[in-house]
Design a protein around this ligand. Structure first.
Ligand code: AHR
Length: 374
């Protein structure tokens, strides 16, 4: 992680869309077959012995398969889940860090089934490849809640509910901002490189698609290259170094699909002698990002990141709301999108329009950063 930041809980603002019936990556190698519990000890420690030895499980037992620890966003998300599903509040959280590998998530889910947890929560690394294991969850009669990224399954009764971001809208908003900003600066020619997220993850699919459509729609915009930075700072830097070698001075916009990739890209650009900043007409390179974590917003304040589209990680209370509804025997919304903001270094663009909707753009100040929870 680039910088340490405070993670705290924030109340969830959810937008209901449809109604249906109930139903740097972690450096450690190796993986426990039995996921660890919040009470039982550490996350994936790399040895093969069960870690769930802190006593008998009490309260509502939840198995949570987390993507990994690839980004500041992910750390905030894990913290939100762990602080929400605490022992004090009557839960046992069995937490598993999949180290960005779907096969680890499948193993963890099977282990949760074996342990007969009451709920399974899955933050899926990619969208596809879930049908078989989710059918096993359904057959075991365990409600499954998907959080953050989505799954693409043939039968949507395989999960009970999903809560997360509209990643395509995030991409559309970022590109609407870029269009308005370039127009305000009188620059028509944009030569863009895209450091993508983990290929096949909803966050990558939506953000890449938003950019690809905007490039198609805007004369003068060229997408020079796209490559995955796997949502990590190290890989983001590596990919940017290779883009610099291939395209050098041509590049005037770097579209990073999360904050950690942006930190890596900024390091690569600065080391290669480029100036990252906000003024296209002076030859500065614009770095755009997603997430709006504390460290990302600090880089917006200093002008290193010109625009940062929020992706809200505080899903713990949102998942708890779903579980409480299920516990009470109530129906839950099948899909819930989180409302998100967009932030910029300057005040040249104060609002943007995507389709029929318009969104305010907030200029980042220290006060704005201090008022945020992650
Ligand atoms: O799925 C959410 C994305 O995953 C966040 O943008 C990124 O930082 C994380 O790793």
């Amino acid at each position: 992680m680039k910088k340490k930041f405070l993670a705290a809980l924030m109340c969830a603002t959810l937008t209901v869309t449809t109604l249906a019936g109930c139903g740097g990556d972690s450096a450690k190698d190796g993986k426990n077959d039995i996921p660890t519990s919040q009470t039982g000890g550490n996350e994936n420690t790399g040895d093969d012995s069960p870690e769930n030895s802190g006593g008998s499980d009490s309260g509502i037992v939840i198995g949570f398969s987390q993507v990994g620890a690839e980004s500041d966003w992910r750390t905030a998300n894990t913290e939100s889940m762990k602080s929400t599903f605490s022992e004090d509040k009557g839960y046992t959280l069995k937490f598993d860090d999949a180290q960005q590998k779907q096969e680890n998530q499948i193993k963890a889910i099977r282990s949760f089934i074996e342990q007969d947890v009451k709920y399974i929560v899955l933050a899926p690394v990619t969208e596809t490849g879930w049908d078989t294991v989710l059918k096993e969850v359904k057959d075991a009669g365990i409600p499954l809640i998907i959080v953050d990224r989505m799954v693409e399954v043939s039968d949507d009764s395989l999960y009970t509910a999903w809560v997360g971001s509209n990643f395509k809208l995030e991409g559309d908003k970022a590109c609407a901002w870029l269009k308005a900003y370039a127009d305000a600066q009188g620059v028509k020619e944009l030569n863009i490189v895209d450091i993508q997220g983990t290929i096949g993850a909803s966050a990558q699919i939506g953000r890449s698609q938003g950019l690809e459509e905007a490039v198609e729609a805007n004369e003068g915009w060229t997408l020079l290259a796209q490559q995955s930075g796997e949502f990590t700072q190290a890989k983001g830097q590596e990919v940017m170094e290779s883009f610099i070698k291939q395209y050098g001075d041509k590049i005037n916009v770097v579209y990073c699909e999360n904050d950690n990739e942006a930190f890596g890209a900024i390091d690569a650009l600065t080391s290669a002698g480029y100036t990252v900043g906000t003024d296209l007409s002076k030859g500065e390179v614009l770095v755009m990002s997603f997430d709006s974590t504390n460290a990302g917003m600090t880089d917006v304040l200093s002008g290193k990141i010109v625009c940062n589209t929020e992706c809200n990680p505080l899903h713990g209370p949102r998942v708890e709301e779903i579980i409480k509804a299920l516990e009470a025997g109530n129906e839950v919304e099948k899909q819930q999108y989180v409302e998100e903001e967009i932030f910029a270094a300057g005040d040249e663009v104060t609002s943007i329009t995507v389709g029929d909707d318009s969104f305010d753009v907030t200029t980042v100040t220290q006060e704005v950063i201090d008022g945020r929870a992650y």
